[in-house]
Design a protein around this ligand. Structure first.
Ligand code: KIV
Length: 302
């Protein structure tokens, strides 16, 4: 039998080819090894290890609290699970934008220490110089404009961006600045569908929408929102495609009931040993053993 074909990693060039062919693509976040494997095996071409990990996995009230070390830890786990998808690590608050040197150094850590193939950072015009420097260092970048959650304290909440003339013009300028700086794709978060379409038509790199209507080049969602695992509020744009949280809760309850009733673990889920060995260890005779409740028939090799 011949060896299975080695899995080839999706590259930014593949994403560009899909875009040029007009092929819409689905991307999603992942934060751990088993989820990354499932997402990868489903054929999702790009996985974002988003700083949303802070809110949906670590229980923080905002993504602003997430550290570089936490992001590297989760990105490493996803990189180990995803053999095919392009893994993008999300740069957390103030790990970029303070100084160019620090931004490039931190971006590099996602590739050298966490095995990602690209990074994402927030901001349009304000982040253009940083994007340019990171791209010049050989690190592919995904931009992120519209609602940029790390700036939520400035934006006044998690609300749709670009509804007014002024903010719509600003968003178009942001998108062009990110493209000009060398990003290979840009996330549009909570942008009105019409504006997202206009931006997509004006760019020559793919737009990846979230809460921005159906006319972007691709879509991204936070995995816990769409599989029914987010606790509390889920955004209006996140359709539930599954009820993983309910399935998990039911499985945990069933396990607990089985333990309490004595149904679990069963004999087939236990191991056994040669009775004469136990007799010797316990210093008892075969006769004593006859009444012992510990006797388990040796019916399989363990
Ligand atoms: O951190 C994240 O998950 C994101 C997506 C919402 C795009 O930035």
């Amino acid at each position: 039998m011949s060896d299975p074909k080695p899995v080839r990693r999706i590259t930014t060039a593949d994403i560009a080819r899909m875009y040029e062919a007009g092929q819409r693509f689905a991307t999603i976040t992942a934060y751990d090894y088993p989820t990354a494997r499932i997402v990868d095996e489903a054929g999702i071409p790009l996985i974002l290890v988003g700083d949303t990990v802070g809110m949906v996995m670590l229980g923080y009230d905002t993504t602003v609290r997430v550290t570089v070390e936490e992001m590297l830890h989760h990105t490493r786990a996803v990189s180990r699970g995803a053999k095919h998808a392009l893994v993008v690590g999300d740069m957390p608050f103030l790990s970029y934008g303070v100084s160019i040197d620090e931004s490039v150094e931190n971006a590099g850590r996602f590739l050298s220490e966490a095995y990602a193939q690209a990074i994402k950072l927030e901001g349009g015009v304000r982040s253009a110089r940083t994007i340019e420097a990171i791209v010049s260092s050989g690190i592919p970048v995904v931009g992120h404009i519209g609602l940029t959650p790390q700036a939520v304290n400035q934006l006044g909440g998690f609300r749709v961006q670009g509804r007014s003339r002024e903010s719509a013009r600003k968003l178009i300028a942001d998108a062009l600045a990110v493209q000009e700086a060398g990003a290979f794709a840009v996330v549009l978060e909570l942008v009105p569908a019409e504006l997202a379409r206009a931006i997509t038509e004006r760019l020559s790199i793919p737009t990846i929408g979230i809460g921005s209507g159906p006319h972007t080049s691709g879509e991204i969602q936070v995995i816990t929102d769409i599989v029914g695992l987010t606790q509390g509020h889920t955004p209006r744009h996140a359709r539930r495609f599954g009820e993983v949280g309910a399935a998990l809760a039911a499985a945990v309850r069933a396990y607990q009931e089985a333990v309490l009733s004595g149904d679990f673990p069963a004999e087939s889920e236990s191991s056994s040993m040669a009775p004469e060995v136990l007799d010797e260890v316990l210093g008892r005779s075969e006769l004593d053993r006859a009444g012992s409740p510990l006797t388990i028939p040796l019916d399989r090799d363990l």
